[in-house]
Design a protein around this ligand. Structure first.
Ligand SMILES: *Cc1c(COP(=O)(O)O)cnc(C)c1O
Length: 405
């Protein structure tokens, strides 16, 4: 379905299909990149190297592994796989998405300034304001769909422009190439949190971003069974700086978590195809529903950045939000009454999840501020899973009817 950037590049000069994994299409690289059958046993799957330290043949002489905080073979395979998927040269894995995001901030100095979207992930907002402000790192939060506002926010000390796209929960789409250009004009790095889109749908490094951050907890793991994060770059020097903090700070994942994510990335393309297909159909159904005031999904032509999304992304993703035409209590009933959708935070797993930002993920924001940002009482966010879409519709329909009683 998707017209991926590498689709045209996989034919060798003599017209034959190139069998090298690194030149293959993303569906093939998802399964094979970074992974070889174990040379000793032939085992197909990367082993879980449950191990803390490595034998050296003489002091300092080792296989490339010496201590598992610094690196282990299971993690290395996952890092190589992720670098390939994100069109980067290097990747580094962390014990959570926040561990990865923290490491980007480790690259900055006291006195530096950050420009970030005013609708970034709550944890990103929290670490910038409640952790790094005390280290004299100042952040300006702006509407990153407004490029002039971003330009105005840039200062002499701006060292990082932090971009998320699509954003949570209103699915705003930001122009990665334009934002990277503004960052670079100010000698700042541009980092993109690519968790919602995944590399199957969007590869920010191809649009000029310097760093991609991923919460592996979401679509890349894909089965709601592990927490993880990654940073991917296309620059060996930047990777080395990130690697220094990865090892020095030590928020590194264990081999079992890396194994789970490696298993997840193999099916990322097939899962994303179904997530996108289901979300598109559900968005259209909700859009026509009398109990729904508004649908936020970049695949709808009514979405303000639909054209940008169509250019920047290969498909529109599995996340959507909608405004149930009712009170906070009625919307709470909707999210509590579904059977196929599970009421839970998080996203990106095979199962559909539902939540009410005003009462859950964004409840800490004062109501006036929330409303001004478009986060109404009736807003409902769903992570559309890979179940049969008719069951998803029937489930929501029944919950709407209960809420109306
Ligand atoms: C979940 C999430 C994070 C944080 O990742 P964790 O793995 O929960 O630490 C960061 N950004 C986005 C967009 C997320 O959805």
């Amino acid at each position: 379905m998707s017209d991926h950037a590498t689709d045209d590049d996989a034919t060798a000069a003599d017209g034959t299909e190139d069998a090298h994994i690194e030149d293959a299409r993303i569906e093939t690289r998802a399964i094979h990149a970074g992974q070889e059958p174990d040379p000793e046993t032939g085992a197909l799957m990367t082993p879980i190297h449950a191990n803390s330290t490595y034998k050296q043949s003489a002091p300092g002489e080792h296989t490339g592994y010496e201590y598992s905080r610094t690196g282990d073979p299971t993690r290395s395979d996952l890092e190589a796989n992720l670098a390939s998927l994100e069109s980067g040269s290097h990747a580094r894995c962390f014990s959570s998405g926040m561990g990865a995001i923290n490491t980007v901030l480790n690259l900055l100095d006291a006195g530096d300034h950050v420009v970030a979207g005013n609708d970034v992930y709550g944890g990103t907002h929290r670490i910038l304001t409640q952790v790094y402000e005390q280290y004299d790192l100042d952040t300006t939060f702006v509407d990153t769909t407004d490029l002039d506002a971003v330009r105005d926010a840039m200062r002499e000390e701006t060292a990082l422009v932090w971009v998320e796209t699509p954003t949570n929960p209103l699915m705003n789409v930001n122009d990665i190439a334009a934002l990277a250009e503004i960052a670079h004009e100010g000698d700042a790095l541009c980092a993109v949190d690519n968790t919602f889109a995944t590399p199957y749908l969007q590869r920010p490094l191809e649009h000029g971003a310097d760093i991609v951050a991923q919460s592996l907890t979401k679509y890349l793991g894909g089965h709601s069974d592990t927490i993880g994060g990654a940073l991917i770059v296309d620059d060996a020097d930047l990777d080395e700086r990130i690697g220094f903090y990865q090892n020095a700070v030590g928020a590194t994942p264990g081999p079992f978590d890396c194994f789970l994510v490696l298993r997840g990335t193999k099916t990322l393309p097939v899962r994303m195809d179904r997530h996108c297909e289901n979300a598109a159909e559900l968005a259209a159904w909700l859009d026509a529903h009398e109990d729904v005031a508004r649908v936020y999904y970049p695949g709808l032509e009514s979405h303000p950045e639909h054209e940008l999304a169509a250019e920047q992304m290969d498909d529109f993703g599995g996340m959507l939000s909608f405004e149930f035409d009712g009170t906070l209590a009625e919307a709470s009933t909707v999210v509590s009454e579904t059977d196929v959708f599970t009421l839970a935070e998080s996203l990106g797993g095979v199962e559909s999840l539902i939540e009410q930002p005003a009462a859950m993920t964004h409840a800490a924001i004062p109501r006036e501020e929330r409303l001004a940002a478009g986060l109404t009482d009736g807003l409902i966010r769903v992570s559309v899973g890979v179940e049969h879409v008719d069951d998803l519709k029937a489930d929501l329909q029944a919950a709407f009817e209960t809420a109306r009683q």
